[in-house]
Design a protein around this ligand. Sequence first.
Ligand code: SAM
Length: 257
Amino acid sequence: MNRITGKVIIAGAGPGDPGLLTVKALRAVEDADVILYDALVNTTILTYAKPSCRLIYVGKRKGCHAYPQHVINELLVHHARSSRVVLRLKGGDPYVFGRGHEEYTHVAKHDIEVEIIPGISSAIAGPACCGIPVTHRGTSESLWVITGTLSDGNFSSDIKLAARSSATIVVLMGVSHLAEIAHVICELRSTAEPMAIIQNGTTNQQQAVKGPAYKIVELAEQYEIGAPAIIVIGKVVDIADAFHFLNLQEANLRLAV
Ligand SMILES: C[S@@+](CC[C@H](N)C(=O)[O-])C[C@H]1O[C@@H](n2cnc3c(N)ncnc32)[C@H](O)[C@@H]1O
């Protein structure tokens, strides 16, 4: 069978800061005839598209889906059949809780060429921009990236498995289950286990708090930290400098007076 002329590129837009878009993804944005983009894609990136490029928002934010997944899959095929380059732009990396491979297989099965461009995931860049190294010699020798919320809305039981290890744990989509996560950490690690929550990581709206597991829910409420956010758990959290965190900035200011 002959291939249809269009092409789909599934690319990561990085964690939020437009400067963290890869050069390869930027070239794809400049070249695209149609871009389907998600809620967590920084829209500054779209200003690099050519004027004739059609921009389609297909984002999903908690409880509010612009398009269900099967419609997004169909849109990719539909536009690839009539356009030269269709770019599917996703927050972070398309293969880290991004449903990138579902879209890849759907497009490929229609005999349309598909290319994957990896992106910088918020799972690593979010902690880094708060001064937290996800691994650090002598402190953490592995990293566990977990979804806090499964497709049925439940809390992932892998968090208990991870808590029994000494790994750094990074939880995406976990803010609505923060109290349950902190409870597991208090029970299976310690009430003093360092935790951080980073909202809008890497962007100029980044806000973060850190503290011991027993206190993290109170801190998140006090500083109104909400989605989109990453939860980081483990000794590496204590390595980060205080100035990255709202609660510690205030404490330092009080000490300075
Ligand atoms: C559907 S997952 C997509 C993850 C994405 N593929 C990645 O690699 O970063 C969405 C979740 O990623 C996390 N997230 C993505 N970007 C973020 C950011 N800039 N700051 C904090 N959390 C972020 C949040 O936990 C959010 O609920």
